[in-house]
Write a protein that binds this ligand. Sequence first.
Ligand code: SIN
Length: 489
Amino acid sequence: MTIANPLKLKKRDLFKQASFIENEFKIATSGKVIDVCNPFNGDFIGSIPSLSKSEIEHAVGCAVTAQKDWAKKTAFERAKILHTWADLIDTYKEDLAVIMTTEQGKPIKEARSEIDYANSYIRFFAEEGKRIYGDTLPADKDELRYMVLKQPVGVCACITPWNFPTAMFARKVAPALASGSVMLVKPASQTPFSALALGVLAVQAGLPKGVFQVVTGKADTVGHVFTKDERIAKFSFTGSTEVGKNLMAQCSDTVKKISMELGGNAPFIVFDDADLDKATDGLIASKYRNAGQTCVCANRVYLHKNIKDEFIKIYKEKVEKLVVGNGLDEKTDIGPLINQDAMDKALTLMKDAIDKGATLITGGQIHDSSKLCLTPTILDNVNENMDMASTEIFAPITAIYQFDDENDVIRRANDTIFGLACYFYTNDLARSWRLSEQLEYGIVGQNTGLISSAVAPFGGIKQSGFGREGSKYGIEDYLNVKYWAVNVG
Ligand code: SIN
């Protein structure tokens, strides 16, 4: 179906209802499509092709061909194209933000900052590609010399999530491309148009065909090819731990290099020496960004008993000022959840907690504006017997627990299968060291609720996954280490 500029874009051709193969926008030969709707009002936005297995395999073949020439370019040539692409993304930022908010629901101001965040990865990795250093090693035999070469891993594939359709795309695609690999991307079927718009701008930036491709279709069909095809050397996934485990198992047949950015269950600990004004702001930033739909959202808030009442008073006042509604409205702070399943899960977790003794401080209602908007909610007296203690809430619900002993709160914070992000607020230096060393997480935020940055390593431990995205560590995931021994005797 053709829709005449439904999103009121300045650059109308950014909206593509197609897959992006070898720099061309293509539909499925079967004519099969997947419909995409706006989560705020359920309106149909457009549809994307549901590619068949052989069409996806064809895209893999194109990637194999493209990779050879792309790897031959210097890092400086690749960086130039990536910077041009980033400049175009800046130029069309407003259109890209409108596409993102329409398909994802997040407030337009958050969509704009996500475009900036995505571009920070493209620009950082464009430069980092120039700093892929090998090594020379002191040899243990007189006649030998040892070298280490770092080489592009080759053809990569990734599955990106619906919660950050542009940033998660950029932080996988940029390090791959900067280091001489190529990437096949399967965007989430709820939010494919953001990635496809980046394809339009990539062509304009001069990206050779096949270097990155956007493969649309059913998750199991695409996932099967991405994980089983032996021509694909590296697979990266951001999403739930449950799906990640299956994909990892599928990758084992062809022994791929894998990165997994999976679920979280972030503790947010506030000690009684903390600045409560800053801590409440930090919690709002961590908890309510993207309506609570981030892997690094504060999931369990531990407040020291001496400051709990005061904290809740300040926090409640701020939370009640948050504006819920259509993300396209400039005033909106909290948009819809992604779908009805997400809302049902949030309501079920909330009911379970209240049935078991939690106290509703504010919120807890479906907002008048949309059946998928939940008013920002605060629950007090939450404890570890409630389902939300061990489940990623992924909704705008703050769950408050009480503690009075440092060792006890560290033990409780670590008592989870997840290990992505954690946060604590204190100004005590010795305690800062104890916590940052003892908390079993890949990311620790102290006195801040926002930890994401292109220059820092994002990733988890335990069942939150492995591999790092962003920073000098992020590019290593796209490189093979080759050891070279030379006899000079
Ligand atoms: C995520 O939730 O998966 C990513 C959040 C971020 O990059 O800040």
